[in-house]
Design a protein around this ligand. Structure first.
Ligand code: ADP
Ligand code: TYD
Length: 235
């Protein structure tokens, strides 16, 4: 018998079928962070989480790919430099990890009225697989995203915009995983993908990530605070 509590908790959203769901919970708030590796997502997410918790607001943070036992297993396949993955396999694995995270963890948290902060969501697939690998058009990826995210869309997406050279300086000393080992031209296309998304998507808040950490944090708080007040008044 499994001793992992995740497998013993009844979770109705896990059993829902795709396309039955067009989830847009009116309670809760979904915020995602995007940008190339080393742009400062983890740093800003930790600061935002702490700021919200200090105000007594329940917050959950999940990273993609990952965040559930199944999704973390998929993550290890995706990021293992030993694995040679076909790009379509790659899209489907990122999407599978996402579907599990949405149904197992994100939706229940949103229905409880919590703030959910995501370290990457489907915009990463558009930027890395769509623009980076150029295997599927952003349009073709949209239907995969709708399926994998069960219709969920972030209310706010913070795009930490950084040049490749600065990002590489910041991550120079770290060991590179399979995705981080792609070449410079791949990452230039990823940046181009994010720049396109930032022009197309109203939920995108583009931040110059080459500034002081607390300055960026203050700008993030300014965008989040009005959403938090409406979260409270919805009760
Ligand atoms: P990500 O999660 O996007 O990969 P991190 O938050 O882990 O990025 O940041 C990568 C590195 O850059 C870390 O060493 C972090 O301390 C540093 N860093 C983050 N934000 C800034 C910033 N605004 N200026 C300078 N260094 C930063
Ligand atoms: P991670 O260590 O979480 O990187 P970071 O701290 O920069 O977020 O590794 C996730 C890697 O997977 C990262 O290089 C981006 C990539 N990725 C995709 O290519 N497609 C996706 O859909 C997602 C979610 C991530």
């Amino acid at each position: 018998m499994s001793t992992d509590p995740v497998h013993r908790q009844p979770n109705e959203s896990l059993n829902q079928l795709p396309f039955e769901n067009r989830h847009s919970p009116s309670n809760g708030l979904l915020i995602s962070f995007e940008g190339i590796d080393g742009c400062g997502k983890s740093t800003q997410i930790a600061l935002l989480k702490e700021a919200l918790q200090t105000q007594g607001i329940p917050v959950q943070v999940f990273r993609e790919p990952g965040g559930t036992s199944v999704s973390e297993t998929i993550r290890s396949i995706l990021l293992d430099p030993e694995n040679e993955l076909n790009p379509v396999t790659e899209v489907l694995l990122f999407s599978s990890a996402r579907s599990q995270l949405v149904t197992e963890s994100i939706l229940p948290a949103l229905y409880r009225g919590e703030v959910v902060i995501l370290d990457r969501f489907y915009d990463s697939t558009t930027a890395y697989q769509g623009y980076g690998h150029q295997i599927l058009s952003p349009k073709a990826l949209e239907s995969i995203h709708r399926l994998a995210a069960h219709g969920l869309e972030p209310t706010l997406t913070f795009y930490l915009k950084l040049t490749l050279s600065v990002a590489l300086e910041r991550t120079a000393k770290l060991e590179k995983d399979r995705m981080e080992s792609m070449g410079d031209s791949f990452f230039q296309r990823v940046i181009e993908g994010y720049n396109q998304l930032s022009m197309q998507e109203k939920r995108f808040v583009t931040l110059d990530a080459n500034r002081e950490i607390m300055e960026i944090h203050r700008e993030i708080l300014q965008s989040v605070h009005p959403r938090i007040s409406s979260l409270n008044s919805a009760d």
